[in-house]
Design a protein around this ligand. Structure first.
Ligand code: CP
Ligand code: NVA
Length: 302
């Protein structure tokens, strides 16, 4: 059987993504009902972290426990990867002993190289270019609160970063329209935008981009690895903040999402993130349920 990886949303078909979303909702209900479900008994997920994490580590580690398996936390600080062991060699060795590998790293080519040399599924838990696991949780959260996202309008406000790129992929995979409000110089990858141009447009004005939107999403102005650009970015993004005025432009049923961690007073005001249309806490919790569905899909014996 060929090994399936999850490096971007495009590694799964729209039908598979829908199946995982509904399974995530089901697994959440089972968990809340106290049902024990252990399809990954005796399986191990290696979790390689080259960047910090709260949600991703906790959700994958807890998810593996709940599915009856084990998760192994590997920081680049104390493995040979951090001392320069080639990715190809690391992939061969690690995959010979575990059943799945989750990686959070910098360059996207690191996860693609890993996948080429791994005998087990590789899951992208965030690279500089994509964060597909977050989208599984976001799409499940929208479905739970408002039903199908198909045909809806989503507005991305802020940096054309890894999260924005995954929203571009999601626009095609989940069939919604995406408006991206970002300052010039901070555009997403234009090749990716063009590949999805029937569903994605760049709108420079935040208020215009938010008009009648069904979902407003933002993320930090400076991502991990860009800390030294913080001051410069605060200036560039000043008019790309999700505040009450932006939310008022959107549909009255519009939801607000943020992958977290958030900086109140920068990309979002406290008033918006702590309001009732903000579903950020469900969104964070759904990382657990959505990724359990992903782990089951990729790793459980069929
Ligand atoms: N949203 C997200 O991936 O959070 P962490 O960086 O805490 O894992
Ligand atoms: N764009 C952010 C997402 C954090 C979950 C980053 O890469 O730091």
């Amino acid at each position: 059987m060929t090994v399936r990886h999850f490096l971007t949303l495009q590694d799964l078909t729209p039908a598979e993504l829908k199946q995982i979303m509904h399974r995530g909702i089901e697994l959440k209900a089972m968990q809340k009902a106290g049902e024990i479900f252990e399809p990954l008994k005796n399986q191990t997920l290696a979790m390689i972290f080259e960047k910090s994490s709260t949600r991703t580590r906790i959700s994958f580690e807890t998810g593996m426990t709940q599915l009856g398996g084990h998760a192994l936390f590997l920081s680049s600080r104390d493995t040979q990867l951090g001392r320069g062991e080639p990715i190809e060699d690391s992939a061969r060795v690690i995959s010979s002993m575990v059943d799945g590998i989750m990686i959070r790293t910098f360059g996207h080519e690191i996860v693609t190289t890993f996948a080429q040399h791994s005998s087990v599924p590789i899951i992208n838990a965030l690279t500089d270019d994509f964060h597909p696991c977050q989208l599984l949780a976001d799409m499940q959260t929208y479905q739970e609160h408002r039903g199908s996202i198909q045909g809806k309008t989503v507005t991305w406000v802020g940096d054309g970063n890894n999260m924005c790129h995954s929203y571009i992929n999601a626009a095609t995979q989940y069939d919604f329209n995406l408006r991206i409000a970002c300052p010039e110089g901070y555009d997403p990858n234009m090749e990716l935008v063009n590949a999805h141009k029937d569903r994605v447009e760049i709108v420079r004005n935040t208020l215009e981009a938010a008009e009648n939107s069904d979902l407003i999403v933002t993320d930090v102005w400076a991502s991990m690895g860009q800390e030294e650009e913080q001051k410069l970015r605060e200036k560039a993004f000043a008019s790309y903040q999700v505040n009450q005025q932006v939310m008022q432009q959107a549909d009255k049923e519009a939801l607000f999402m943020h992958c977290l961690p958030a900086h109140r007073g920068e990309e979002v005001t406290a008033e918006v993130i702590d309001a009732k249309d903000s579903v950020v806490w469900d969104e964070a919790e759904n990382r657990l349920h959505a990724q359990k569905a992903l782990l089951e899909f990729l790793m459980a014996q069929k």
